[in-house]
Design a protein around this ligand. Sequence first.
Ligand SMILES: NC(=O)c1ccc[n+]([C@@H]2O[C@H](COP(=O)([O-])OP(=O)(O)OC[C@H]3O[C@@H](n4cnc5c(N)ncnc54)[C@H](O)[C@@H]3O)[C@@H](O)[C@H]2O)c1
Length: 437
Amino acid sequence: MSKLKPHKGKLGILTPGMGAVATTFIAGVIAVRKGLGQPIGSLTQMDRIRLGKRTDNRNPKVKNFVPLAPLKDIVFGGWDIFPENVYEAAIHANVLDKTLLNEMKKELKKIKPMKAVFDRKYVKKLDGKYIKKGKTKMELAEKLMKDMKDFKKSNKCDRLVVVWCGSTEVYIKDSDVHSSLKKFEKGLRNNSKLIAPSMIYAYAALKMGVPFANGAPNLSCDIPALLELAKKTQTPICGKDFKTGQTLMKTILAPGLKARSIGISGWFSTNILGNRDGEVLDDPDSFKTKEVSKLSVLDQILKPKENPELYKDLYHKVRINYYPPHGDNKEGWDNIDIRGWLDYPMQIKIDFLCRDSILAAPIVLDLALFMDLAKRANMSGIQEWLSFYFKSPQTKKGLDPMHDIFKQKIKLQNTLRHMKGESLITHLGLDYYDEKK
Ligand SMILES: NC(=O)c1ccc[n+]([C@@H]2O[C@H](COP(=O)([O-])OP(=O)(O)OC[C@H]3O[C@@H](n4cnc5c(N)ncnc54)[C@H](O)[C@@H]3O)[C@@H](O)[C@H]2O)c1
C-alpha cells in the first residue's frame, strides 16, 4: 500500500438530494461542532480500534488512528430540485427539533442547494422546478462538473466527496449502454433513456476524480462503465442503499441465528413510514428498486443451497407502505418463523420504532470521511470494505456481496490496520498458541 497522504485544508461534502437524510447529517455535524450533541452511530467519531495483541492494550479512537478530516474542516453543499436552504429543508423534513435547528439557523440558512439534474420519468412522485436545462445528458454532466469546480474554489476546499442522498429512482437494469465507458458516453450524448440522473452525477464526480458513494438502491455507479471511469481517474466508489432500520436488524439477527444452526422458514418484514422517501417508494417502480436491494440480504447470509435442511423453504417478503402520520419515524415489523431441535417451531417478533434519518446521518458522515481517506490512500474502484454501511453492497463482478455485519466490521477495521501498516486481526488466535508465544 502506498503512503497515506495527510489531510490538509477543507473537505467539501456534496450531496445530490438535500432532504431528510442530508439535512439531518449537515445539521448534526454542525450541532456536534457546537457541542450541542454527540455523533452517536458514527464509527469515525465514536469507535475505537484494537491494535496488536490483546495484552498490548492499544485501542485508539478510529479518528486518532487514521488521518481523517476533522469535523471543523468540513464544508457542506449539494443539489436539490427544490430551492429551500438547509434550515428550511430540515424544518420540512421534521426530523430534528425546531429548537435545536434554531440554534444553528444562521449557518444552516447559508447552505443552499445548486440546481439539480432531474427528470420526473425516474422519480414519478416528485415534481420540482429547480432544475438544470441542457440539450443532452452530457451537457448536464458538464454543468455538474462546473458546479463542483466552482464550489471547490469559492469554499477554498482542498478536496471534495459526493454522497448520493437523492430519492430512489425507478428500477433500471444493467444494459448494453452501461457496459463500457465508450458506450455510456455515447448514451450521454444521445440522451439514452437508460441513463438516470444519479448516473449523470456519478459520471460527473468520477470524471473529476471525486469519490462517489451511493446511499440509494438505484444503480448509479454500479455499472461497468462507471467502474471503468473510476479506475481510469483513480477514484473510489461505493454503494448501494444505506443500511439503516429493518435491514440493519436483519443483518444483526440472521448471522446470529445461522451461527447457532437455527432453522428459519419465514421472514415477513413490513414497514410504514410517512416521509418524502416513503411517498417516493409508494410508486411501484421506485419500490421495485428498493425491494431488490432489501431481498438479497438473507440469501447471502443463510446460503440456503449450502444449508437446505435449515433454509431451503425460507419464505422472505418485504413490504413498504406510505403512512403520513408516522413522518420520518418509521415502524418496521418483522415476524420470523424459526425452527429448533427436532424441527419444533418458534417465533420472533420485532417492532422497531426507528428514526430513519437519525440512523442514516452518521453513515453519510462516515462514508464521506472514509471515501476521502481511501482517495488519499490511492485506493480506487469499489471500496468493498465499506459494505458495512450498505444494504446491497457493490462488489466486483462475479463476487457475492458480504451481508453479515460482523464480518463486514472485521473487514473495515482490517483495511484501516492495513492502511497504517498494522498487523491484521482475525480474532482467531488460539489461547494455547498465545500462551506459548
Ligand atoms: N433514511 C434512511 O434510513 C435511508 C436508508 C437507506 C436509503 N435511503 C435513501 O436515501 C435517499 C434519501 O432519503 P431521504 O429520507 O433523505 O429522502 P427525502 O425524500 O427526504 O430526500 C431526497 C431529496 O432528494 C431530492 N432529489 C430527488 N431527485 C434528485 C436529483 N436528481 N437531484 C437532486 N436532488 C434530488 C428530493 O427533492 C429530496 O429533497 C433515498 O433514496 C432513500 O431511499 C434512506
